[in-house]
Write a protein that binds this ligand. Structure first.
Ligand SMILES: O=C(O)CCC(=O)C(=O)O
Ligand SMILES: [Fe+2]
Length: 232
């Protein structure tokens, strides 16, 4: 290995006296962290216009940092409290998530969010963190109309099934669409997905939620919902 190469490796990976290790490191791609967007995989949820799912939005590392930041807020020290709401200036970790959403959406050539929503300022000014213990969920609803279009939900910890059902009355369960929200995933709702579909999480009993024939092991789940208030 020549000096220049060695310097380069030291700069990239730190000093090491182990030549084998350096050789191994030299084989690795120069850039360890993929550029935003390069690695994110998006799925348009069939049948629901404006609903997009990114299963790998947050790395495992980012998920655990985010979880620590949320728990460090001290919002959930009492068992009876399972929701925290913030308006206006959001905690820095939430602003980081919001920035990451914008950067990621911008870097992907898919119609994930209409441009007027993506570039509004701020992108989000309201935050809800929900903490669900096993057996807890949320009833079918359309988010309040005092929030603009363009809603993001990031999931942490236990996976769950979110069920979408059309607002227009149908026979029970007719036309429902289930989406698996795995930890680290992000969903974006705009247009029809936001206004013409209700969403719910039904985890009434342990063993109640099943995905692809397998029961979901219900544990605590934390979600981060980001929205923007309509102007008065
Ligand atoms: O917890 C979730 O994933 C959904 C939360 C939600 O729909 C809401 O707060 O309006
Ligand atoms: Fe909601």
């Amino acid at each position: 290995m020549d000096d220049e190469q060695e310097q380069h490796l030291k700069a990239a990976f730190g000093d090491s006296s182990d030549d084998d290790e350096q050789q191994h490191l030299a084989d690795r791609p120069e850039k360890e962290t993929p550029a935003i967007g390069d690695s994110t995989e998006w799925e348009r949820v069939e049948d629901i216009d404006g609903l997009w799912l990114c299963r790998n939005f947050l790395s495992v590392h980012h998920q655990s940092d985010l979880l620590s930041a949320i728990l460090n807020e001290g919002w959930f020290v009492e068992e009876s409290i399972n929701q925290a709401m913030r308006f206006g200036d959001l905690p820095s970790w939430a602003t980081e998530v919001s920035d990451l959403i914008r950067e990621t959406v911008e870097s992907v050539d898919l119609p994930l969010l209409p441009a007027d929503l993506l570039w509004r300022e701020p992108l989000f000014d309201q935050l809800i963190v929900n903490l669900y213990q096993p057996g807890e969920g949320i009833c079918a609803h359309v988010d309040l109309l005092r929030f603009e279009d363009g809603i993001a939900i990031v999931s942490l910890e236990s996976p769950c099934v979110m069920r979408f059902s059309p607002v227009e009355e149908k026979e029970e369960d007719e036309g429902v669409v289930d989406v698996l929200l795995s930890p680290g995933s992000l969903i974006l709702m705009s247009g029809d997905a936001r206004y013409r579909w209700k969403h719910e999480i039904n985890r009434k009993q342990i063993g109640f939620q099943v995905w692809e024939g397998k029961e979901i092991d219900q544990k605590r789940r934390i979600s981060i919902t980001l929205r923007k208030l309509c102007q008065a």
